[in-house]
Design a protein around this ligand. Structure first.
Ligand code: ATP
Ligand code: LTN
Length: 337
């Protein structure tokens, strides 16, 4: 806005509420590093968001650091991407509060993630879980992001962010850039290996492949992947009739770059007994360098600390500017120091 030769901004985050899995990688992180030269990129560990569900404090701290190591190992070079911890930039919580006041109860009630998580945590349906999307909107709008690379399940939150930004701009003028979700073609919705009609999620560890998992465990999970009860037994893309095979084809396509047609040709005449281990092997080879590099980085805590310190400093600089503008627009008295 102020700067005509400004690079477009890309921003995303993941909650360090569990270990990163193949769905997170293919739906989100894999696409983050690809455009680092073209965009100004911000990626963070959404630790404040994880508090909406009860966490073990020591584990949360450990996972936050592990997630940073995995981000870097997935190709996010700290020299080209601003990597930081959400809670280190206090403007997120502050803008989150303001945006709460511009987000409607009805809008929040319609969020499917809220409905799902309330059903899973019936004994702890707290205010934070409900207003989660206002904090997510703050994460995005603070940096004037143009694109938000996420998996399909986050589309609804991105749409709400757009609505809130437009609502705010209509009242106060051009304050926020209205962002767009950036959702990949292959990998946007990886389904569970045990149950191909629900998305791969860390809450179902058997059907979920984790980035740091041992190759033999990954191989076993793919061999056991649910395919279909049809009699055809051929590798053909049909999401409705053969969701298990479609999911495996989707994964194979995302890790090899091959089209569905090419995959059908490659496995023409082969049964699932050949196809499933082949997908497993392709995934193992994709994840191997990530796992090795993440383990190496994790041994160097001082380096990781330097990365998130530099990241928070850079992110704060941008966040501060937007928040100051917002405070002024809504009528808060300027801070004298
Ligand atoms: P939960 O298990 O609590 O639902 P999660 O595993 O879905 O969590 P999130 O932190 O909600 O992980 O998601 C992080 C990013 O990964 C988001 O951009 C989300 O869209 C993407 N993502 C998560 N699961 C998948 C999946 N199965 N397929 C594709 N993308 C996914
Ligand atoms: N809601 C997201 C995590 C998240 C996020 C963000 C993603 C928090 N803030 C900002 C993109 C941009 C999730 O549950 N996966």
């Amino acid at each position: 806005m102020d700067n005509e030769i400004r690079k477009k901004v890309m921003l995303s985050g993941i909650q360090p509420s569990g270990d990163l899995h193949l769905g997170n990688y293919l739906g989100a992180v894999k696409n983050w590093g690809e455009r680092a030269d073209e965009f100004d990129c911000y990626y963070f560990m959404a630790d404040l968001h994880t508090l909406t569900v009860r966490q073990n404090p020591a584990e949360l701290r450990r996972r936050t650091l592990e997630q940073l190591a995995q981000y870097i190992a997935c190709g996010l070079e700290p020299e080209k991407n601003t990597l930081f911890v959400q809670s280190h930039v206090h403007e997120h919580a502050e803008l989150g509060w303001i945006l709460n006041c511009y987000t409607m109860f009805g809008e929040l009630s319609r969020m499917t993630q809220f409905k799902d998580k309330s059903a899973k945590n019936a004994d702890n349906i707290n205010g934070g879980l409900f207003t989660y999307p206002s904090l997510m909107a703050a994460d995005i709008l603070l940096y004037q992001a143009d694109f938000v690379p996420v998996g399909e399940d986050q589309r609804q939150h991105c749409e709400l962010t757009r609505d809130v930004a437009i609502r705010f701009n209509n009242i106060y003028g051009d304050v926020f850039r209205v962002p767009e979700p950036y959702i990949p073609k292959a990998g946007a919705r990886v389904m569970g290996l045990g149950n191909p009609v629900s998305k791969m999620s860390k809450s179902d560890p058997n059907g979920c492949v984790f980035l740091m998992e041992k190759p033999e465990d990954i191989a076993r999970k793919f061999k056991r992947a649910v395919t279909d009860s049809d009699t055809e037994h051929c590798v053909r893309y049909d999401r409705e009739a053969k969701p298990g095979v479609a999911n495996l084809m989707n994964i194979y396509s995302a890790v090899t770059g091959k089209t569905f047609e090419e995959i059908e040709k490659e496995f023409d005449g082969c049964g699932y007994g050949v196809f499933k281990p082949a997908v497993g092997d392709a995934v193992i080879e994709t994840l191997r360098p990530i796992r090795e590099e993440a383990s190496r980085l994790l041994a160097d805590k001082a380096y990781l600390q330097q990365v998130y310190t530099d990241g928070a400093e850079k992110a704060s600089h941008i966040a501060r500017k937007t928040l100051r503008k917002v405070y002024k627009k809504v009528g808060l008295v300027e801070k004298p120091f």
